[in-house]
Structure formats: C-alpha cells, structure tokens
Ligand binder design. Sequence first.
Ligand code: FE
Length: 212
Amino acid sequence: MSNLFAYDDDREEKNAAKVRALESLLIEKGLIGSDSVDTVLAHFETVAGPFNGARLVARAWVDAAFKARLIADTPAAIAEMGLPQGMNGAEGEHMKAVANEPGIHNLIICTLCSCYPWPILGLPPYWYKDPVFRARGVREPRAVLREFGVEVDDSTHIQVWDSSAQIRWFVVPERPAHTGGWTEEQLAGLVTPESMMGVALAGNGKNDVAQD
Ligand code: FE
C-alpha cells in the first residue's frame, strides 16, 4: 500500500525524525514534559485504537441482535461493550456503523479533511488524508478499491460515506466464510483497520494479521 499514492519510501523515517526533533525542542523550551508524547502514544496503544473496532465487529459477527443495535444506534451499542474510557472523547462523539453485505460494499472517506472515529479505529493512516484518495474515493471508488486489492464486482453497489465532524463512519465488514465456530477473540484478530474503512475485506489472507 505504500506506493499507492507515490510517496517516498523513506517518508515514515523522515517524519519520525522530524517528530523527534520537534519533541526535543518543545521539551527544551519547557512547553511539554519529557513524558508528554509517551502519554499520548500510550493512549493510542492501549485505550483508543482499532482493537476496539475489532471487538465490536467480532461481536456483531456472532450476535445478530447486537449487529442490528450497532447499526441502529452505534454509541449505545458501543456502551454495551464496556469499552475503555475515551469512547466519547475527542473525535468519537458521533460514530456510526454501516455493514457490508452481499451486493453492498461500503467505503469510508472524508472529502473535507480526515475525519475518522479515533476511539475505535485509532489515528487515520496518512493516505486517508491525501487529497487524491479523498477525491478519487468519491469519483471512482471501484478503481481505488482495486488498487487496494479489493475487487468489487459490477453487480455489487458501492456506498461511499463522507465522514465529518458530525458523523464519523466505520464499516462492519462481512464475516469470512471459513470462520464457523471461531471465538470472538479469534474473529477479532481478522478485523483490520483497513477492513473497517472499506479498503480491505476481513480475513482475506492479505490483511488478516491479528491486531495487537
Ligand atoms: Fe475531516
């Protein structure tokens, strides 16, 4: 996926160096403490991240009534799961789930900027903020999905959802066929952030790396 929008291969490395330099400067000036950045990072490693979304999707896969509630009233269904504090915090005020089903594939974008449901998906990947992705996602979603390795046949309708500060969408992907009898925990391991954005399927072998 790294070459999708023709970024330099060392982009992450360069940005990490910039961030380290900026952090050092802010600490030196006394504007942040030496552990401030670590505190924020720890939040996204343990409290807010795609591991929460994966739990919601796995529950939806094993419990049709929960899935219906998740679609009908997403915040109420999230509250049922006893997810950690922060679900209603920054960037998570109005989250809404849509489900893929036979004949319907959902894709999440933000045409304006990069609105994203942080509490359950973590921080958006850099390409989500790319103006090219945002424009093409609307104009030619089928072609964009193909570049992500997702072939959506012509008989399947693609619904593109535009996230904003008012509503932050996420996708409940379809449960993979070979998972009968799996536990919720096993199932959650198949649910990637990409599958909850609609740019991947869950457990298709390509993206079925467990979240941790
Ligand atoms: Fe936005």
